[in-house]
Design a protein around this ligand. Structure first.
Ligand code: PLP
Length: 360
């Protein structure tokens, strides 16, 4: 590559990392012929639980599958309500609808953009069976959310799809609430070479059922004793995930350095550690910023342009036209710029200069 081509190579918003060890691990599984239900997925679950401090972890096929399993683990279904943030990836809310329950949308915090504990508190009813807090963009949700859920004895599900490695008051995402759900979609902080997810729990009594739920609800005698389905992670994905896990702490440290080097005004919670899945900046001119990034050959996009309650899928939801004031004010203004660990110094400089030019 010439110097000019290298300087102007387009900078993607995300870039999955795949090295020789990961390739070898995947090939090892393929050659073994043991493609499903083998030792890799079992070991991946154990290693992931140890890494994040959970009691147990079960690999599955996606973050969305993990959310489904978490809700079924709590036996949530028709007639139940689950409080979710209005600003998140839609799967947080649709997972609730998919088990037949109703998502109740709460507003987010002005400073940190995670679900607002006071709004959650005001929306709790006798039908509330869980709260899903999202560690949005890698920022841990408020410690007050944990308190509110405890006060009302309502289980707290962490949607940690974007937050591998985030921390709150010394606990890692995955060990903060009752159950946590991770995604290994290729853009995430760690990946598995395809679709993948993980459910963790801090409650040992739930672990056995968690294993069952992703395997047709079957017990050791292969009898289905509760409703489950095949959400098992394949062995190749698990083998790649195990290799990725060896690097995750270092990759998150690089993300953190990158976010500092790029420079931004995004606030981070003092009680937490941001995992920098996304570096989102609140812009007064999001389209101007995105097109300036585009002219500099940098991918950038708004996350998430429309609050979940306003999506057409929720056109019959009682909150479809409700104002969630912070969500409505910021959702179309949050622009994600690259922060991933594969950025070079010159990439960082290019992102930094466009960002600073647009905000000066
Ligand atoms: C906050 C959040 N929840 C859930 C999901 C769903 O994860 P998956 O795409 O692996 O199903 C994602 C994925 O983007 C997400 O960002």
């Amino acid at each position: 590559m010439t110097l000019l081509a290298e300087v102007m190579a387009r900078i993607p918003l995300a870039k999955p990392i795949f090295d020789e060890e990961m390739a070898n691990a995947a090939m090892g599984v393929l050659r073994s012929g043991r493609w499903v239900k083998g030792p890799e997925a079992q070991a991946f679950g154990k290693e992931f639980a140890t890494w994040c401090g959970a009691e147990a972890a079960v690999p599955c096929q996606s973050g969305s599958a993990a959310l489904w399993a978490a809700l079924r683990l709590l036996e949530i279904g028709p007639g139940d309500e689950v409080i979710v943030p209005g600003l998140t990836f839609i799967a947080t809310a649709t997972s609730v609808s998919l088990v037949g329950a109703t998502p109740v949308f709460a507003d987010v915090e002005t400073d940190y953009w995670c679900i607002c504990p006071d709004d959650v508190n005001s929306k709790i009813t006798e039908k509330t069976k869980a709260v899903i807090g999202v560690h949005l963009f890698g920022q841990p949700f408020s410690p007050r959310l944990v308190e509110v859920c405890k006060q009302h004895s309502i289980p707290l599900i962490e949607d940690a799809a974007q937050a591998h490695g985030a921390m709150l008051n010394g606990k890692m995402a995955g060990a903060i609430g009752d159950i946590a759900c991770f995604s290994f979609f290729p853009s995430k902080n760690m990946a598995v070479g395809g679709e993948g997810g993980m459910v963790t729990t801090t409650r040992p009594e739930l672990a056995e059922r968690l294993h069952r739920l992703v395997d047709h609800g079957r017990d050791d005698s292969l009898e289905s004793i509760e409703l489950g389905t095949n959400l098992r992670m394949s062995e190749v994905m698990a083998a790649i995930g195990r290799e990725q896990l060896k690097h995750i702490d270092q990759w998150i440290a690089i993300r953190r350095n990158n976010s500092t080097s790029i420079g931004h005004s995004t606030k981070t919670r003092p009680e937490g550690t941001h995992a920098w899945h996304q570096l989102c900046v609140l812009s007064d001119d999001p389209s101007g910023l995105i097109s300036a990034m585009d002219s500099a050959e940098i991918d950038a996009r708004v996350h998430y342009p429309v609050p979940c309650n306003r999506h057409s899928v929720y056109q019959n939801h009682p909150q479809h036209n409700d104002t969630l004031s912070v969500c409505d004010e910021i959702s179309h203004r949050l622009v994600a710029v690259p922060v991933h660990p594969s950025l070079t110094d010159s990439d960082i400089e290019r992102i930094r200069s466009v960002l600073h030019l647009r905000s000066s």
